[in-house]
Design a protein around this ligand. Sequence first.
Ligand code: NAP
Length: 284
Amino acid sequence: MVTIKFGFIGAGKVGFSLGKYLKENNIYVTGYYSKNQHSSEEAAIFTNTRYYTNLKTFIEDSDAIFITTPDGEIQSVWNEIKEFPINNKLICHCSGSISSEIFSNITKYGAYSYSIHPMFAISSKYNSYKNFPNAFITIEGHEKYQKYLQDLFKSLGNDVGIISKENKALYHLACVTVSNLVLSLINNGVTYLKDCEFSEEMAIKSLFPLIEFNLNNIKSDGIVKSLTGPVERGDLSTIKKHCNVLCEEDKELYKLLSKNVLKIAKTKNINRDYTKLEEYLGEK
Ligand SMILES: NC(=O)c1ccc[n+]([C@@H]2O[C@H](COP(=O)([O-])OP(=O)(O)OC[C@H]3O[C@@H](n4cnc5c(N)ncnc54)[C@H](OP(=O)(O)O)[C@@H]3O)[C@@H](O)[C@H]2O)c1
């Protein structure tokens, strides 16, 4: 495998974590250039690499430039770096929702663009890298180095997928649905228990086995087989009881989600009659 030197613009959570992960796996990391010198210095110390105060030198030293700034800064960083010689370099960012097309007219500069997204919550500059081998990595971008990048992450133990630029929004929607939106639903469950006089801590602790069991079932048996509960059973009286204790806003959400669950229930129990439930939920 060719030796490619990786450098990071943006010494935040992802820059720290990915740099440390690569370095720990003996991949050549040049170092960091960030908005604040203090951040680059901190990252360089953590990863035992170099910090740069001069963008030109940073670019000269690095073959693959990872822009790990907030999404809103990627475009302006690109506008800065394309002013320097970047022929044959890989220009990458880590955003889930933005494609590599943000690096506009990149062929004109002889460079290759990629979006490389770890499907993973990276919450700590100093600790998240330890969990990086569990991250599924998606790669989108120019064919030239796709296989190289895929093999690199695979060799570190990551599962890797290639996606197209057209699918980035849909792909990111999937990530948000199962992480942030699930979090909001768990928050609703916790709130209902708090209304039953549970403390927040007790609510999370008591719900956790349910959450975990559900996730483990999905992992081992898939979605349809894991479905249980009143919608699947067609238990209209229980569903009405729930609706009677919900505020209007939550009732609307509950009914919408229940309709969504019903679609799965119908594929699981093709001979079960869900007509009354469908009528109640407003399907018919
Ligand atoms: N965190 C996650 O869970 C996660 C997961 C997957 C993908 N991502 C993606 O990874 C990227 C980085 O996210 P993050 O969570 O690491 O963000 P972050 O912790 O906020 O770090 C971003 C860093 O970029 C630096 N920066 C801001 N503007 C800059 C500029 N114009 N030039 C140079 N450096 C600049 C800041 O450094 P200073 O300290 O120097 O100001 C900041 O520390 C985003 O594209 C995000 O969508 C994040």
